[in-house]
Design a protein around this ligand. Structure first.
Ligand SMILES: C[S@@+](CC[C@H](N)C(=O)[O-])C[C@H]1O[C@@H](n2cnc3c(N)ncnc32)[C@H](O)[C@@H]1O
Length: 227
């Protein structure tokens, strides 16, 4: 039976039962194969920018006997995907900056019935910031430890309303609401990174940027203390 890593499982758990899912940057198509094999999705799309990863995906779907339920598609981000192809759109293991670029050029994702499931490898604040400033709302977030590394994942949907968020939100999202030691550890990791940035900023940067970093560090630390 196909077993997912903790990191990908965290994203799989956010996929809605009965939805058609599209995995963008799928590589081996483990996630769409698992979703179909476990009856969570009747069918799925496995999409990647490059042919090599899609060849890996083809091997997986054939090995697990789900080739008739999974469409393989060469696509740069969402470029070769139609809004009607899927309900839930997953991006795992890519940097938050690239994810932002891909989502921002896909206007049809701004539809209330679509769900975005995001597991950023880095720069999660970039994609959180894009989403909340463009009418999306983060509805659920989680963190896990996988092979000694900490990861976060969240899902978001478009509401079209512009809510007010505090300055640090793009760094901690809804993780303070998670009742898990991994979420707390993940936020501690984020604060430690921000402290290193602050250190560099205080030595070689500007007072404005240093002041900004101090504010978001203090806000995130407050959230951690309340967890
Ligand atoms: C690090 S792998 C992640 C694979 C899998 N999603 C995971 O989380 O384990 C990143 C994958 O994204 C693909 N990728 C990179 N840029 C992409 C883009 N613009 N559009 C679609 N796929 C892309 C790469 O080819 C690669 O297969």
């Amino acid at each position: 039976m196909l077993k997912l890593s903790e990191r990908i499982m965290m994203a799989a758990e956010m996929v809605r039962n009965g939805s058609v899912a599209a995995d963008i940057g799928t590589d081996h198509a483990y996630l769409p194969a698992w979703l179909v094999l476990n009856g969570k999705c009747p069918k799925a799309l496995a999409c990647d920018l490059r042919k090599g990863p899609l060849d890996n995906a083809k091997k997986t779907v054939e090995q697990y006997g789900v080739a008739d339920k999974i469409t393989l598609r060469l696509s740069d981000g969402f470029d070769k995907i139609e809004s009607t192809d899927a309900d839930d759109f997953i991006m795992c293991g890519m940097g938050g900056t690239l994810m932002t670029e891909l989502v921002s050029r896909t206007d049809w994702l701004k539809a209330p019935q679509k769900l975005l499931i995001i597991q950023p490898q880095s720069h999660a604040e970039d994609i959180r910031s894009y989403l909340i400033n463009n009418g999306f709302e983060i509805i659920k977030e989680n963190a896990c430890s996988d092979n000694g590394k900490l990861y976060c994942a969240f899902c978001a949907e478009w509401t079209g309303s512009a809510k007010e968020y505090s300055e640090g939100y793009i760094y901690y999202g809804r993780l303070p609401e998670c009742d898990s030691p991994e979420a707390k550890q993940y936020l501690i990791k984020i604060v430690n990174r921000l402290k290193k940035k602050l250190d560099a900023e205080e030595k070689h940067g500007t007072e404005d940027k240093a002041a900004y970093l101090r504010r978001i560090i203090s806000e995130t630390e407050e959230k951690i203390n309340d967890m």
